[in-house]
Design a binder for this molecule. Structure first.
Ligand code: SF4
Length: 207
């Protein structure tokens, strides 16, 4: 894919989010637009780099959630999308999410990423069945996570010093897309603060 790089992922997300904001749409729609543009960009890169075989061999599957025990860095706009998804749930499910966020932050407040992972603190949006409770609205870093070896993820989760084989292109594209989204928000006059997902979800509970 000569001439295509991560900066193009950033540009694609920026352009899509900026267009949404210019049309008077808010951060939620801007985030959705950035996600859609990045999905399209990733599909184009997958074809250009012949990644289909690698993607088919990825270990990630519904119910596998080792990677959902990390601090997830998000923007306000991604939080707004998450908040919308939580608000659409029944009261009992919302209450459970906020209770899990409270429990997560009671253990994890002040921890860095390494400490959080070692403490095996679940994302409050992770349901008991191992599924993401807001899958369609999950933040961009969650879309970056991938692994070619679920057992390596499990062993890492259990504390073994193991390297998990990943598809670097997927990580790089979504990381750059998040940067593009943040730039579009900044250009439109928003101040996209870096937030930690679990703490931000607890903030939603407090209103
Ligand atoms: S938002 Fe969903 S995908 Fe992301 S860490 Fe939480 S449970 Fe996992």
């Amino acid at each position: 894919m000569a001439g295509i790089g991560y900066s193009d992922a950033r540009r694609a997300a920026f352009d899509a989010a900026a267009a949404a904001l210019t049309q008077g749409q808010g951060p939620v729609q801007a985030t959705r637009a950035a996600i859609a543009a990045t999905d399209t960009f990733f599909a184009m890169v997958s074809t250009a780099l012949n990644l289909e075989a690698q993607l088919a061999a990825m270990a990630c599957a519904a119910g596998c959630s080792w990677c959902c025990h990390q601090i997830v860095g998000i923007t306000d706009a991604e939080l707004a999308l998450v908040a919308e998804a939580i608000a659409a749930k029944p009261a009992k499910a919302r209450k459970a999410i906020f209770a899990r966020a409270k429990a997560a932050m009671a253990r994890g407040k002040g921890m860095d990423q390494r400490q959080w992972w070692a403490a095996r603190i679940r994302c409050p949006l992770l349901e008991d069945d191992g599924l993401c409770g807001i899958h369609e609205a999950r933040p961009l870093p969650c879309r970056a996570h991938n692994s070619a070896d679920a057992d390596a993820c499990r062993r890492s989760f259990l504390g073994e010093p193991v390297r998990t084989p990943v598809l670097a292109a997927q990580q790089g594209i979504w990381a750059n897309a998040q940067a593009g989204l943040a730039e579009a928000l900044l250009q439109a006059g928003y101040q996209p603060r870096p937030l930690a997902l679990a703490e931000a979800v607890l903030g939603l509970a407090k209103g």
